[in-house]
Design a protein around this ligand. Structure first.
Ligand code: PBG
Length: 326
């Protein structure tokens, strides 16, 4: 009790603060999302994500090399699909020579050690911008799941290390796992978007991939942001179905969900610091209202404190630079 317990004694110097620190962040915790597009020599800035770009495959090589040089071990690949290749069933996603499949091969050629996670979802390929097949204005679950499993197999064949389904259809982890096992891709893992909420923080990402839903919203498949028990139910299913890593998305507004899922499952947990979170900090920093780097590092530590093992973040390179003292 006061004055014998003075909490400030362990805050008095950097050295003592370092000694008693509970949570640590390293470059090993980072995963970098990359946006890929067709073309050559292209590096296009996404207007709502200042400092973040879409790359053609040749430019992507340099970006991946830079990430590897900074010690980043994992990337998460997203593709921007030309409008004329989109249809309701996302047929182009199965093209063995499609943009995603070529991107996977390219990354593995340049940096064989880099772990490649791939986004599996219909929306970048869908003429409706939805994560599933649309019939009479509805998103059809089981048909979509069959396609998602086929897409996953195609990514595995191209050399993906982990499949990362971001769609929120029911039963997709099992379908993907079974198809991978049947085809002898036993070593290919699944990072499930376990608790992905129907969030407005995805706006800038949809600009980046031109994937905004053409009608309605995603509330019949993505989770209601008022709920957390449902996230535990999703986690139960994902674990039984064979997921290796669980993800919560978005990040900062959902730290309670992250914490609960880590406590409940003890599984490797990933968090996705989404495009809207990135955009908010960039905008405030541009205005001089917030300090970019310190707020960024504080958010990283918050994810770790809440239970994240992996942070999928658009700040990955910036964070890695700071950790390296560059
Ligand atoms: C879609 C997908 C989305 C994001 C990742 N995968 C958007 C959506 O669900 O509409 C958002 C990521 C971000 O905002 O950074 N499958």
């Amino acid at each position: 009790m006061y004055p014998y317990q003075r909490n400030r004694r362990v805050r008095n110097s950097k050295a003592i603060r370092n000694l008693i620190r509970e949570t640590h962040l390293s470059v090993d915790d980072l995963m970098m999302p990359v946006f890929v597009m067709e073309g050559e020599g292209l590096k296009e800035e996404i207007p709502s994500m200042p400092g973040y770009y879409r790359y053609s495959l040749d430019e992507l090589e340099k970006e991946i090399q830079t990430a590897a040089d900074l010690g980043i071990n994992a990337v998460n690949v997203y593709v921007k699909v030309p409008e004329e290749l989109k249809d309701n069933a996302g047929t182009e996603a199965l093209n063995p020579n499609g943009l995603m499949q070529r991107a996977i091969k390219r990354i593995k050629e340049v940096t064989p050690e880099m772990l490649v996670f791939t986004d599996v979802a219909l929306d970048p390929y869908s003429s409706y911008g939805h994560d599933g097949v649309v019939e009479d204005g509805e998103i059809i679950n089981d048909k979509t799941v069959d396609i998602l499993a086929q897409i996953s197999l195609s990514h595995a064949e191209a050399g993906a290390d982990f499949i990362a389904p971001s769609d929120m259809m029911d039963g997709r982890i099992l379908a993907i796992r079974e198809l991978l096992e049947e085809n002898n891709f036993k070593h290919v893992g699944i990072m499930s978007y376990t608790a992905k909420y129907a969030s407005s923080f995805y706006g800038p990402f949809r600009d980046a991939l031109d994937s905004a839903p053409g009608f309605g919203d995603k509330k019949t498949y993505q989770m209601d942001f008022a709920n957390t028990n449902e996230a535990l139910k999703e986690a139960d299913m994902d674990m039984l179905e064979g997921a290796d890593i669980l993800m919560v998305k978005p990040g900062l507004p959902y730290l309670d969900v992250l914490y609960r899922l880590k406590e409940y499952t003890r599984m490797p947990m990933a968090v996705y610091q989404v495009s809207g979170e990135y955009a908010m900090l960039k905008a405030a920093a541009e205005k001089g209202w917030l300090d970019h780097d310190s707020c960024m590092m504080e958010s990283m530590m918050s994810y770790k404190r809440a239970g994240a093992d992996i942070i999928n973040t658009y700040f990955a390179k910036d964070v890695a630079r700071i950790l390296k003292g560059l």
